[in-house]
Design a protein around this ligand. Structure first.
Ligand SMILES: [Zn+2]
Ligand SMILES: [Zn+2]
Length: 175
């Protein structure tokens, strides 16, 4: 899904599943934004800072996925915000969180809120391809390495010993 502005989604979910409690005078109680390209350890998080509460969704993880993944993740983080800011209860995925999650999942079937954000990491394109001059094998590498020989050929041709004739040649991956 191409990046979609999050604020309209936030307002819609707030109306439909939080009785409008996550806004005051139409202004969100939390900031909502997309991450930069580096947030890959989680699909999203909610955090309360000293003077700012925010929900951040992972651009690299969610962008390639269908829209339901963004809705489910945003809604998950909105439940955290609701427990924290509206109920003012300290819990992570405790009973309040779970009850609201179950109610939202029951009320609609456009997306699903789950306890964990289980999304596959997008495959990162490798920067280099290591080519073996003997057998022609091509192996992706993130980093260029010095003195690396083709293991297959060293075993096949040199009794398992490293041999300069099997040194891998690194080429930039243009794919
Ligand atoms: Zn959570
Ligand atoms: Zn080889």
């Amino acid at each position: 899904m191409p990046l979609e502005p999050l604020l309209p989604l936030f307002h819609r979910l707030n109306r439909e599943h939080f009785d409008g409690q996550l806004t005051r005078d139409d202004r969100p109680l939390v900031d909502v934004r997309w991450s930069d390209g580096r947030l890959t350890r989680t699909a999203g998080f909610y955090r309360r800072g000293r003077d700012l509460c925010e929900i951040v969704l992972s651009r690299p993880l969610l962008e390639p996925l269908p829209r339901q993944a963004t809705l489910g993740t945003l809604c998950h983080e909105m439940i955290h915000a609701w427990v924290d800011r509206v109920l003012v209860v300290r819990e992570v995925h405790g009973p309040h969180f779970r009850a609201r999650m179950a109610a939202i999942n029951q009320a609609q079937d456009g997306f699903e809120v789950s306890l964990r954000h289980r999304y596959p990491l997008p495959v990162v394109a490798s920067r280099w391809i290591a080519c073996c001059p003997c057998c022609g094998s091509r192996t992706p590498y993130q980093r260029r390495r010095q003195g690396l020989a083709c293991r297959h050929c060293c075993e096949r041709l040199h009794g398992g010993r490293w041999d300069a004739s099997c040194l891998l040649v690194f080429e930039p991956n243009t794919a």
